[in-house]
Design a protein around this ligand. Structure first.
Ligand code: MD3
Ligand code: FE
Length: 208
């Protein structure tokens, strides 16, 4: 476990190569099964309706969606109306290993980046509690990830997230601005057609 210091914020840790190739393949199969049930959708920005370049789906009791009306967590898929599929067992185990002090995760957001997709600098603040960390898993092509401070204009640090890497964003770092600048084509053989999948495990509601 490597603690990364950014703008003096404590709570960001980086676990490079947490999942080996076999575990990445097993996780990918579980995510493909989830996405077969809960198809990827293209979120749009509230008010403007401008589409995100990243496609999304979710698993767990709650899933994050963004449409013309706003950002929110909801228990069912916006297109199928079905509940989101379960969080894969190996992701629940990951949470137990890196976030055991927090109550169980309620949402696993699945982000799919085709080459050229990116995610602008933002904070994750649609959850009702920030006590639990966000746990992120990267699969497929390497991405350039940027993290700043609690203010949009704070200086940022950039580093690469490779397939199998895990990042835990807890404590003060939980509300840091962050984003994905680019996905580097041809840097992984995990996904046949290239691109990148990011999984983020989140607690949405306060503990029962
Ligand atoms: C730093 N995802 O889904 S994961 C997101 O790679 C999101 O798809 C990016 O930002 C991705 O909201 C980055 C790493 C991450 C996740 C949450 C954070 C970094 C974070 C919360 C606070 C600070
Ligand atoms: Fe985020």
């Amino acid at each position: 476990m490597q603690d990364v210091s950014i703008n003096g914020l404590k709570g960001l840790s980086y676990l490079p190569g947490y999942f080996d190739r076999a575990a990445q393949e097993a996780l990918l199969r579980e995510i493909r099964t989830a996405v077969a049930d809960a198809p990827l959708f293209q979120p749009v920005m509230p008010k403007t309706g401008k589409p995100f370049s990243v496609k999304m789906s979710n698993c767990g009791p709650l899933g994050w969606v963004s449409d013309i009306n706003g950002y929110r967590y909801q228990p069912s898929h916006p297109a199928t109306g079905r509940p989101w599929p379960d969080i894969p067992g190996r992701l629940k185990m990951l949470w137990q290993e890196v976030a055991s002090a927090a109550p169980a995760p309620e949402a696993c957001l699945i982000n799919f980046y085709e080459t050229g997709a990116k995610m602008g600098l933002h904070q994750d603040r649609d959850e009702q509690t920030f006590d639990a960390p966000v746990v992120s898993v990267s699969l497929g092509d390497t991405a350039t990830f940027r993290v700043g401070g609690l203010k949009r204009n704070d200086p940022t640090k950039s580093f690469r997230l490779q397939s199998g890497d895990v990042v835990v964003l807890g404590g003060e770092a939980r509300l840091a601005f962050h984003g994905i600048d680019r996905v580097l084509k041809g840097t992984s053989t995990l996904l046949k057609n290239g691109g990148r999948i990011n999984l983020t495990l989140r607690r949405v509601t306060p503990p029962d």
